[in-house]
Design a protein around this ligand. Structure first.
Ligand code: PHE
Length: 536
């Protein structure tokens, strides 16, 4: 009764806004009531500061020093610049972007162990050493639109890529296509559930009509037999073919034999399927054409090169009664000091923690509370795109249970002559195991694993390579950080200003290890600063 009444008044309300405001208003009002077919999900409302905000207020943009020219630092200067703030970025490296880094021929890296690599990739070949895939929901795509950064599809999930498990006895050491793994796991799962349903095992939970519909679903989902066939899974062309169907009477040969239910479960391949269900990891995904670093370079250009000082290594941050001061070593080794109304520290927390500052010991402790995650990647350039020509894999990822973690096939340059794979992208202990080695040994180890999946060409077609260990990279020192808690006092402390000093970065968001987190954190700090200036 109450429900009917409220449905009636909901309808009346919708009718009234529909009349007054047109379909758009009606639609968003329906969304607000949870009635629209697709909810209109948005990142937190953000309004960039504008020059106009200062009109007739007697106020103006203040001077802001930004420490770090990664995505958070660049976005801070870019957004504040829209309202005429006088921003200067001090960046320790000789380039913008931080972990957003695309390695091409000639790119060099000297790591914290003093080992130098210079990439010799062929022209047109590159690896995104840091971020490499953009979800459709991320604000990063809005920045690409605003900055004119052209996008192309990044293939995160490919039915033709493999799953490679060597540690379980069943099916061990044989790469299995995702499509085959899915056919078998969904098939047997459907068989079990259909049988249990049909035999009444779920009668306490299901009405007779539910049972009928569930079984109909399972027949479609698992490609299982009907009741007469005992709902058995006996294989399907979804597994793939050992001989493709062709002309006239050639109906191909479906891949066989079908492994047993027990072997499929023991192989663990089904444990991989959750990956593509992750909110951030679902297809479609995107990447900038020509390399991820198109984003920081576009930001740097929009900010103005005269506002970014490269090779500037921060030494000290001092909060003052009416501003803040930064001392740094410039590219020539000279110590310099700059003053500003505000400082935004957009550098990794564990790096910031080592700076001299007068912000208090709680700040240092909070910065050290974030736990750095080791992350590694290797790019392998091949003379031929054998994964496309021989194995029909155009982009996507092969997860493995080896220390490589994953192999990524490039989502650019399809059908070209050469191509660059990611030969490992791993975290934690695996990343440390590789980073302990000099590059040549990392390469040898990665190739020895890859050969088991792809055969000899993984070694014989290899031409150039480059590896990065983010936790051993100067001024960066981690792939990303993890907070033991994001509800405790440490995280809270760093999300508010320490006097005139603000902190920004993906590490101050709930979207860590994504550029979206860095952009969002920058927007928050920009809003905080602008509100403070407008209220002063
Ligand atoms: N954004 C990174 C990636 O997509 C790291 C990450 C992985 C973050 C998985 C969250 C989940 O690889």
């Amino acid at each position: 009764m109450a429900a009917e009444q409220s449905a009636g008044s909901r309808r009346a309300f919708l009718r009234s806004v529909g009349v007054a405001g047109g379909a758009g208003v009606l639609y968003s009002a329906m969304g607000a009531l949870g009635l629209a077919p697709v909810p209109d999900v948005r990142a937190e409302e953000y309004r960039a500061p504008q020059r106009n905000d200062f009109a007739l207020t007697g106020r103006g943009g203040k001077k802001v020093l930004v420490l770090g020219g990664g995505i958070a630092g660049l976005a801070t200067a870019y957004e504040l610049g829209k309202a005429g703030y006088d921003c200067q970025i001090l960046e320790a490296k000789d380039r913008p972007g931080g972990r957003n880094w695309t390695v091409r021929g000639g790119t060099a890296l000297t790591d914290l162990d003093g080992r130098t690599q210079t990439a010799s990739f062929t022209k047109g070949q590159y690896m995104n050493a840091g971020p490499a895939r953009l979800p459709q929901s991320h604000v990063t795509l809005e920045y690409c639109r605003e900055l004119g950064v052209e996008l192309q599809v990044f293939t995160n999930q490919n039915a033709n890529a493999y799953i490679y498990h060597e540690s379980s006895a069943a099916l061990a050491g044989k790469p299995m296509r995702w499509r085959t793994a899915k056919a078998d796991v969904y098939g047997y799962l459907s068989e079990l559930l259909a049988k249990a349903t049909d035999q009444g095992a779920l009668d306490a939970r299901l009405t007779p009509q539910d049972k009928e519909r569930l079984i109909a679903f399972l027949q479609s989902f698992g490609a299982i037999k009907g009741k007469a066939g005992g709902y058995a899974y006996t294989g399907t062309d979804r597994r793939g073919y050992s001989a493709e169907p062709g002309a006239a009477f050639d109906d191909g040969t479906v891949l066989s034999p079908v492994p047993t239910l027990s072997d499929v479960i023991a192989s663990g391949v089904g444990q991989r399927f959750a990956f593509e269900l992750g909110y951030d990891q679902a297809m479609l995904m995107f990447q900038p054409v020509g390399g991820m670093d198109a984003i920081p370079y576009a930001l740097a250009k929009a900010i103005g090169q005269n506002r970014i000082t490269y090779g500037a290594k921060a030494l000290e941050v001092k909060d003052l009664p009416d501003g803040a001061e930064v001392t740094y070593k410039d590219v020539g080794g000279r110590t310099r000091t700059q003053r500003a109304d505000f400082v935004v520290a957009a550098m990794p927390p564990m790096v910031m923690a080592r700076l001299k500052h007068n912000l208090g010991t709680d700040i240092t402790a909070a910065l050290k509370y974030a736990v750095p995650t080791p992350v590694g990647k290797i790019g392998l350039e091949y003379r031929s795109r054998w994964w496309e020509t021989d194995e029909h894999i155009y982009g996507g990822i092969t997860p493995t249970d080896t220390d490589l973690a994953t192999i990524w096939y490039p989502s650019y340059g399809h059908q070209g002559r050469r191509g660059t794979l990611i030969g490992y992208y791993n975290f934690g202990a695996n990343a440390v195991a590789y980073s302990d080695l000099p590059h040549a040994h990392r390469l040898a180890r990665a190739v020895s694993r890859g050969v088991k999946i792809h055969g000899d060409k993984y070694r014989t077609e290899l031409d150039h390579s480059f590896s990065v260990a983010w936790h051993r990279t100067p001024h960066i020192e981690a792939g990303w950080v993890d907070w033991p808690s994001q509800t405790g006092p440490e995280y809270k402390l760093l999300n508010q200003p320490a006097g005139h000093v603000y902190f920004a970065g993906d590490w101050l968001s709930h979207v860590i290890a994504w550029q979206h987190g860095a952009f969002s954190s920058a927007r928050k700090v920009v809003t905080d600063i602008h509100e403070r200036v407008m209220a002063a």
